[in-house]
Design a binder for this molecule. Sequence first.
Ligand code: PEP
Ligand code: MG
Length: 756
Amino acid sequence: MDPQAAATGTRRLLRRLRDVMAGAGSAQERLDTIVRIIAGEMVAEVCSVYVLRAGDILELFATEGLKREAVHQTRLRVGEGLVGVIAATARPLALADAQSHPSFAYRPETGEEIYHSLMGVPVLRGGRVTGVLVVQNRTRRHYTEDEIETMQTVAMVLAELIASGELVSPEEQHPTEGIGLLPVRLEGTCLNGGLARGVAVLHGPRIVLRHVVAEDPQQELQRLRAALEAMRTQIDDLIESSDLQHGGEHRDILETYRMFATDRGWIGRMTEAVRGGLTAEAAVQKVTDDMRVRMKAVSDPYLRERLMDLEDLANRLLHQLAGRATTVSEAELPQEFILIARSMGPAELLDYDRRRLKGVLLEEGSPTSHVAIVARALDIPVVGRISDLLSKVEAGDLVVVDADHAQAFVRPGEDIMAVVEANLRARAVQQAEYAAMRDLPAVTVDGVAVSLQLNCGLQIDMAHLDRTGAEGVGLFRTELPFMVRNTMPTVDQQQSLYAAILDAAGGRPVTFRTLDIGGDKLLPYLAHGEDENPAMGWRAIRVSLDRPAMLRQQLRALVRAGNGRPMRIMFPMVAEVAELEQARAVLGLEIERACMRGLRPPEPLEVGVMIEVPSLVWQLPALLKRVDFVSVGTNDLAQFFFAADRGNPRLAGRYDTLSPGFLRLLGEIAAQATAAGVPATVCGEMAGQPLEAMALVGLGYRSLSMAPGAVGPVKKMIRSLTLSPLETFLRGLLDSPDHSLRQKLLGFARDHAVDL
Ligand code: PEP
Ligand code: MG
């Protein structure tokens, strides 16, 4: 059959099916009519529809040609029989001699033994199999590509009927891969720890198809072309926007988009589908579904990424066609929800209502991605890098995010929920215990006080000061407000932010760290260029000194925000004292400038540096004479000390910060700072972990800055610790050749009743 005739045939069939769908009768009656029509049009003796039910079961729901009594009786598991194979592989199957196929499963109640050939296609919806449509013939018939194509198109109509929930309830509808309504455990990478449960909400929800069959194919073609054109213009505009003029990651992504948006094969397949009688939306959906199925077989990561791009484009196209925005409206959000996304930006995360958003699951993302940083600031558990996440979770599913164990449970069973609920209750009790300690001092049993401070990065973090009873902000990462915006904040905008932070601190000290960008923290509006080794590349103070205008603006904003109030400013990633001096000179200029204008600079203004680069440890005598305080950034210090990239998952856990070598280094810094009378804080992740914090206090640190969630556990540890035996114990260990002192420190804590 020539393609034109095939398209006409498909269109006629689709129109007949549309009339049935729009007509009267129950869903079952319509399904019965549909199989009769398909059998006739496809010139097949048999046409049957199997619907996927809970527990991975394909149930015969309607048939023309097989014995009637088999309907709702014949059931196959996914993978069982030819129908099961079609569901399991999500691919069409056409066999002239079906019975000799190794997977053929004979079901006597159907009377199918007389039919030799079989052709079946999966009924797909949103990339998942929801049923199987089959035709059979007595003769050994060779089904053509066009016939398979027609069946696939027809299957889309069935997909809508199944999705309507009239045949089987929506709760029962079953995704592919043997997942269905069965609980699924997903594994990924912990991007922010914690435990949460809630109802799944898809970020950028799928468009629900209202009409599958085109009333007027010509008009549908025009709609498709117009939507493609609008989408291309949108992408062109993005690329041409001045922010992206200088290339870089974002531009590359969009260039790839543009390439795919004009992909002839992709557009051709969608056009064909419209010619076959589908609406523009259904055509986009069909081509995307086909692609998703093919994607499952692709192992090459580059190709997979590119196919993902196409899927993303298809989604944009669907939104264009529907003329709809991509986010869920506030009113539709459940009281407690878990956000499900392939990836998302930090600003998008902030768009959701913080009180209802309990956790996030991502297909992509790394611990240092922006969205992870913001989630950490908001204390939302996040698990990332979950493969095929979007094809495993449906909106409305109950989801548990167990980020502490880098896993999630979708549609968890009662046993899992019982454990999770118990765990959440225990956490609530623990939280109440921490809350009760809020106003108690962080003092050891033998009377040594330790100042506990917060690491913050967004204005909303400031509420944690009151909640935790922390003494101040030990590290305010000023880059976060820069990262979540699309343009560089002006001096005025920065000034009002910093002033608001000081207001919120209500007299408690705040240590502002100047921009630590570069490395993994890129600003969309700043050209960073390619760094071979970004962690050791052009970042933090290096960028600030090379782009003094940016540093000056930030210091100007800080100085003005101070307005006679106390303030602490520190510089990140300083590798030599000379860099501090240079930065200080810029600060001096800004203070002078403020005074000349009759403004009041901060009073007192304390200036410090972060010790993150080992070279600085060998300049401590010179450094400590020139600073009011130091803050040890153990995250970076450890990565440079061990020459081990902090973002590389293959190195995670390879070296321990509780190793004798690293603790010796930290002890040396504490000793020299104490001798020089310069306060030293630790503000890396170590400070927020009770065992590590115990070691730090043992080494002489009296100030620790940490994420809000860590204050309670660390305070509890300190209040149960007797310091002097720990100091002696530690001194005896620093020469040990061990990989780590973790076990020994745990033993100490156990023996001395330290509450970890
Ligand atoms: C550190 O390096 O320890 C630190 C606190 O800075 P950041 O994690 O922001 O690099
Ligand atoms: Mg750092």
